[in-house]
Design a protein around this ligand. Structure first.
Ligand SMILES: O=c1ccn([C@@H]2O[C@H](COP(=O)(O)O)[C@@H](O)[C@H]2O)c(=O)[nH]1
Length: 270
């Protein structure tokens, strides 16, 4: 999906919501455990109830890998079930020496057909480059993450007194562009989003950290929105585990609708 089509979906749905499919067998409603593929049954209902409010889905690959071969099967079924006009993100946080990165890219882009993948920038240009060789696919590079540990390295000053996240954003713009690269910026970083936006005015940001991690959607929009919206805001647990009862799909839909209404207001405001 290209940038214009993504923005088109955002306008059509008045939403920049990404629903995180962090599907954990120990958290899904017990009545699903008797089904043949409980993970897929759960995801299917979540997608059925949230698709009208979402412009992206982000399965976190760890939750599927942890289930072995069966988990990969559930993941593929989930991906195939997501409507074609909704952007898909493999939250895999990959990156390795070039020939290995090429195979990660092949796995997620060719075999599985995700639109995008999250990539860790730590190993540099030749670890990111192979993901950028796939037409129509996106790299979502970790820049300033939502977790506490983001303070350990990402904000430390490097050459020219620039924090590491700034180096990542500046340097990576020599490798990719606003049509094939996004950045992960945590919602928990508040005003920092303004700094990141100044470094990448036209890029999309994937913003995790609202909902369970307590980030402010209003601040994200205030500091991060650009002319093409420029934001995909993710919520995983806050939506998919809104209920552990038989009404989980419906409750997830209600939480997604609540966020979408707020996003529609923010799209008007900023
Ligand atoms: O900086 C980051 C990068 C990725 N994540 C991922 O996003 C979701 C957040 O889940 P919630 O339940 O909405 O907190 C999860 O998959 C993380 O691995 C992030 O949180 N922060």
């Amino acid at each position: 999906m290209d940038k214009q089509s993504l923005f088109g979906q955002i306008q059509k749905k008045s939403s920049f919501l990404c629903v995180g499919l962090d599907t954990d067998l120990s958290k899904i409603p017990p009545h699903l455990l008797n089904e043949e593929d409980p993970i897929f049954s759960f995801n299917k209902q979540i997608i059925d109830h949230t698709a009208e409010f979402a412009v992206a889905y982000k399965p976190n690959i760890a939750f599927y890998e942890a289930m072995g071969a069966k988990g990969w099967e559930s993941l593929q079924k989930t991906l195939d079930y997501i409507p074609d006009d909704i952007f898909t993100i493999a939250d895999a946080k990959r990156g390795d020496i070039g020939n290995t990165s090429s195979l990660y890219a092949k796995a997620f882009f060719e075999k599985m057909n995700f639109d995008s993948i999250t990539v860790a920038p730590y190993m540099g240009r030749d670890s990111v480059g192979p993901f950028l060789e796939f037409d129509g696919k996106w790299v979502i590079l970790l820049a300033l993450t939502s977790n506490e540990g983001s303070q350990d390295f990402q904000v430390l000053n490097t050459e020219g007194d620039k924090p590491l996240f700034q180096q990542v954003i500046e340097k990576s713009q020599q490798w990719g562009h606003e049509g094939n690269m996004m950045y992960v910026v945590g919602a928990t970083r508040g005003e920092k989003i303004k700094e990141v936006r100044a470094l990448a005015p036209d890029h999309f940001f994937l913003v995790p950290g609202v909902g369970a991690q307590g980030g402010s959607l209003e601040e994200v929009a205030k500091y991060g929105m650009n002319d093409s919206c420029g934001l995909l805001v993710n919520s995983s647990r806050g939506i998919i585990y809104a209920s552990s009862g038989e009404d989980f799909g419906q409750r997830a839909g209600e939480e997604a609708a609540k966020l979408q209404r707020e996003m529609a207001r923010l799209l008007e405001k900023y």
